[in-house]
Design a protein around this ligand. Structure first.
Ligand code: THU
Length: 133
């Protein structure tokens, strides 16, 4: 399958779960799909909390699902939102994605503007924190 076709399929998968996002405080709904080196997908949405700082972003939910399933290598992370513009992963999520693949492809899409941005984690986050063990 061509890269563009895979990306569009992943965006469709994210749109399907966007309504599951729990975002009563910001009203910004976010869904993330992780596509791994094995060709599997893992899903996540943002989960807010009345203690605002406890909010979990969609990307970290999806990465947790990937690790829970025993996988370790995200190749593409798709982030879909109903916000007016595509949203990039926050700093915390960049660090969490970088733990597993600092060069992952990042795709952002807004269902409102229908704008799509394709970039890579090493462009957004060139110097992740990593201790050499
Ligand atoms: N959010 C994500 O899910 N991913 C990001 O990378 C940026 C922000 C969520 C957190 C919160 O529920 C809402 O978007 C507004 O910040």
């Amino acid at each position: 399958m061509a890269r563009e076709e895979i990306i569009n399929k992943l965006i469709d998968e994210a749109i399907k779960i966007l309504n599951n996002s729990y975002a009563p405080y910001s009203n910004i709904h976010v869904a993330a799909i992780v596509y791994t080196d094995k060709g599997n997908i893992y899903k996540g949405v943002n989960v807010e909390n009345s203690s605002y700082g406890l909010t979990i972003c969609a990307e970290r939910s999806a990465i947790s699902a990937m690790v829970t399933a025993g996988e370790r290598t995200p190749q593409i992370i798709v982030i879909v939102t109903d916000y007016s513009e595509p949203i990039p992963p926050c700093g915390a999520c960049r660090q969490v994605i970088a733990e597993f693949n600092p060069k992952a492809m990042i795709v952002m899409y807004s269902i409102k503007s229908r704008k799509k941005i394709v970039t890579s984690l090493d462009k957004l986050f060139p110097q992740p924190f990593k201790l050499s063990l």
